[in-house]
Design a protein around this ligand. Structure first.
Ligand SMILES: [Zn+2]
Ligand SMILES: [Zn+2]
Length: 274
């Protein structure tokens, strides 16, 4: 008698019935998974899930992050809305002041209106507006140069600033989530790390460095450092880290008053000598 389980009784992948369940069972739903279907989730160690479960927000914190921001306006959307509103006010004021005349200069007013539809579409989440934002400063600079040749340096400066802004927004992962664009999990992980991985520890380190120059900030650095150290939990899912930054803030916060106390003492003893 053989101890081997007959092939007909072996577990089969729930999705691919022709493949054996080499990946075992899904940690969440318990269904059999083949080697291809077995998926590990960042932050959850060696546990394996079926593909359907691995993207569920309650299993995958990166997926939860994606759903949290999916289609929701970010800070950039509001900045663009504010700038568009300012442009509307500026063009309205220019039209009220100078009216519509058939001069070359009055065409500048119309040039100012060019980014307004792009800004509105951006705020409303129209994907084409993301790309249009990169092109608009260039188009405006070329048109302005055509209207008035003496301002070339100013146009170049404006177009560079506009392009830097537009590129930053274009590459922003949080903004891409507002536009419901596919974002790789590596980029999501960076976003999570920046926003949710113990941000207090980063504050502590910042206050710690500032406290070296402004000793009044030392208590803030110490408090932030202690709070952040308490939040560190490497066994949590996902793990909360940044212990080094929390410690750095705490130590700098403690060192700064000693340093300044020493300097003060030196100055005072010098005074007594002379
Ligand atoms: Zn499952
Ligand atoms: Zn499978």
């Amino acid at each position: 008698m053989s101890l081997e389980v007959p092939l007909s009784q072996q577990g089969r992948c729930a999705v691919h019935p022709d493949l054996p369940a080499a990946g075992g069972t899904c940690f969440r739903c318990g269904s059999f998974i083949c080697a291809d279907c077995a998926t590990s989730v960042p932050g959850l160690g060696v546990r394996l899930y079926c593909q359907a479960c691995s993207v569920r927000p309650e299993v995958n914190y990166l997926e939860a992050l994606r759903q949290r921001y999916w289609g929701k306006r970010d800070g950039w959307a509001w900045v663009v809305a504010g700038m568009t509103l300012l442009l509307c006010v500026a063009t309205a004021a220019a039209l009220a002041e100078w009216g519509v005349r058939a001069t070359k200069e009055s065409l500048f007013t119309f040039l100012l209106m060019l980014p307004i539809p792009v800004g509105v579409a951006f705020f409303l989440g129209q994907r084409w507006a993301r790309h249009a934002m990169l092109v608009t400063p260039l188009v405006m600079a070329v048109a302005a140069d055509f209207l008035h040749r003496d301002g070339r340096f100013l146009y170049a400066l404006c177009v560079s600033l506009g392009l830097i802004f537009a590129l930053r927004i274009h590459r922003d992962v949080r903004n891409q989530l507002f536009f419901r664009l596919p974002v790789p999990s590596g980029a999501l992980k960076l976003l999570w790390n920046e926003r949710f991985n113990n941000p207090m520890a980063r504050q502590a380190a910042r206050f710690g460095f500032s406290a070296l120059f402004l000793p009044l900030l030392a208590p803030v650095a110490v408090i932030c450092g202690v709070v952040a150290l308490n939040r560190v939990d490497l066994k949590a899912t996902p793990p909360i880290g940044r212990r080094d930054q929390a410690l750095l803030g705490l130590v700098l916060g403690l060192v700064s008053p000693l340093l300044w106390g020493g300097v003060l003492m030196l100055l005072l003893t010098d005074r007594i000598h002379f």
